[in-house]
Ligand binder design. Structure first.
Ligand SMILES: Cc1cc2nc3c(=O)[nH]c(=O)nc-3n(C[C@H](O)[C@H](O)[C@H](O)COP(=O)(O)OP(=O)(O)OC[C@H]3O[C@@H](n4cnc5c(N)ncnc54)[C@H](O)[C@@H]3O)c2cc1C
Length: 419
């Protein structure tokens, strides 16, 4: 039996739920088909189960964080920006809080409350959410001017389809890139999907031996020759396989999208708040010159790391600063500000928070989220070639594009009825 709706939303994650709310509140008949037994798996696991919903910034701040992709998001974020996310949650009784990093979380620290807010808002509409329903294909019937969405338990028919199947990261959550093939069948180019916001693996045993050490503020720079490809600053965690934490995750897309990893160099800055000249001046101050190198450097960075820095700089830790040669001082500072590490890969899609790549933005109308090739076909969320840094930006992009898709479909349907 065919089930007919105005809109079928494929995937009930952040983007799918917002699309459904947005369209259903405009009076459209909405059916959401979700592969998992429950919606919003990633919302629940996000932010260490606290769900960093967005960032404490204005619309411009969101767009800037996406660099070139920001232009594509302008209309979407303009229609549903960070304030709207906070307001929607507040309307559902979920207060939010801003942390020192600008990340916004539910005040309860419970991702569950965020998902409950979306679900309860959706439940007040006539939208139907069908779970445990994996979609297998999406086709368009020209004669009937309708889409057929084939799912494991029968076909669904609709005037509009929104693909919100996400990317390929954390495939255990149901995100196995299913939507790409359907998008491709409508002529969309797929920018090769790669893991992003993913921990880095290292060859350096000195780094993996520091497993468990966290630096609250460190810099990570990825360079090709003398050119910086991507540089970040934030908390950095040494692990048994390499590097994790926001600073490492935020540069990972430069590693996974590199055509030749061997051409990249990656360096760590253990004191990003200080210029090399400032550290040099510190070494020169009279009181400090009487101290051993090990004790002074251990004031700046954790002791275990300090001894590695001394070893790599080839300076004797027990030597007095005053005895340190100019060359030794330069080497020491260089290893604090620019310690090279040998990145040999990442932890892959299994541990990636997002996917870089996906449905090419060239083929989607940024003002509506509609396909440029197939009227009635829409995209929202991570299935698109959009990925942002850590900090709530990725959810914001999913919410904004989902909301815009829902509104655009409502307009399309109103225009159809009017004509
Ligand atoms: C561990 C982790 C932590 C994260 N923390 C944060 C954070 O704190 N803040 C932040 O901004 N971002 C975070 N992210 C990223 C964020 O979760 C994603 O950017 C966001 O979920 C993307 O939303 P989406 O709706 O596009 O895709 P998803 O949330 O991935 O939803 C896609 C949905 O489609 C369903 N689906 C897939 N294929 C089919 C099919 N064939 N049929 C039916 N349904 C299908 C999936 O089951 C899934 O429910 C985190 C990600 C991970 C993995």
């Amino acid at each position: 039996m065919e089930l007919k709706s105005d809109v079928i939303v494929v995937g009930a994650g952040a983007a799918g739920l917002l699309t459904a709310i947005s369209a259903a509140e405009r009076g459209l008949g909405v059916t959401v088909l979700e592969k998992n037994r429950k919606p919003g798996a990633k919302i629940l696991m996000s932010g260490g189960t606290r769900c960093n919903v967005t960032q404490d910034t204005d619309n411009r701040g969101i767009l800037d964080a996406f660099h070139q992709q920001g232009r594509f998001l302008r209309t979407a974020v303009g229609r549903f920006g960070p304030d709207d996310v906070v307001q929607l949650l507040a309307d559902e009784g979920v207060e939010t809080k801003i942390e020192s990093t600008g990340k916004i979380f539910p005040a309860s620290d419970r991702a569950f409350d965020v998902l409950t807010a979306f679900r309860s808002r959706l439940s007040r509409t006539d939208a139907e959410l069908i779970t445990d329903c994996s979609v297998t294909n999406v086709i368009f019937d020209k004669d009937r001017d309708l889409f057929t969405v084939e799912a494991i338990r029968g076909a669904h028919v609709a005037a509009n389809v929104v693909l919100t199947t996400g990317g390929m990261s954390f495939p255990g959550c149901g995100t196995t890139g299913d939507g790409y093939a359907w998008a491709k069948s409508f002529g969309h180019e797929i920018v090769p999907p790669k893991p992003a916001l993913v921990p880095l693996t290292l060859r350096d045993s000195w780094a993996t031996e520091l497993s468990g050490l966290t630096l609250p503020d460190a810099g990570v720079a990825v360079k090709r020759g003398n050119k910086i490809v991507l540089a970040t600053r934030g908390s950095l965690l040494f692990t048994h396989f390499g590097l994790s934490g926001p600073a490492a995750l935020d540069v990972s897309r430069a590693i996974t999208t590199a055509d030749n990893l061997k051409l990249l160099t990656v360096t760590l800055d253990f004191m990003p708040g200080y210029a090399e000249s400032e550290l040099d001046a510190e070494l020169e101050t009279a009181d400090n010159r009487k101290r051993t190198i090990a004790s002074l450097v251990a004031d700046w960075i954790p002791k275990r790391l300090a001894s590695i820095v001394c070893e790599k700089s080839e300076v004797a830790p027990e030597q007095r600063i005053a005895e340190l040669s100019k060359k030794g001082r330069t080497r020491l500072i260089q290893h604090i500000k620019s310690m090279p590490v040998s990145v040999n890969g990442t932890m892959g899609f299994k541990k990636a928070e997002v996917t870089t790549g996906g449905v090419s933005l060239q083929s989607v109308d940024a003002k509506t989220m509609c396909s440029k090739y197939q009227p009635g076909l829409y995209f929202a969320g991570e299935i698109l070639d959009i990925d942002g840094p850590i900090g709530g930006y990725n959810f914001q992009a999913a919410f904004s594009t989902g909301w815009l898709a829902g509104q655009s479909i409502a307009k399309r349907m109103e225009a159809k009825i009017g004509s």
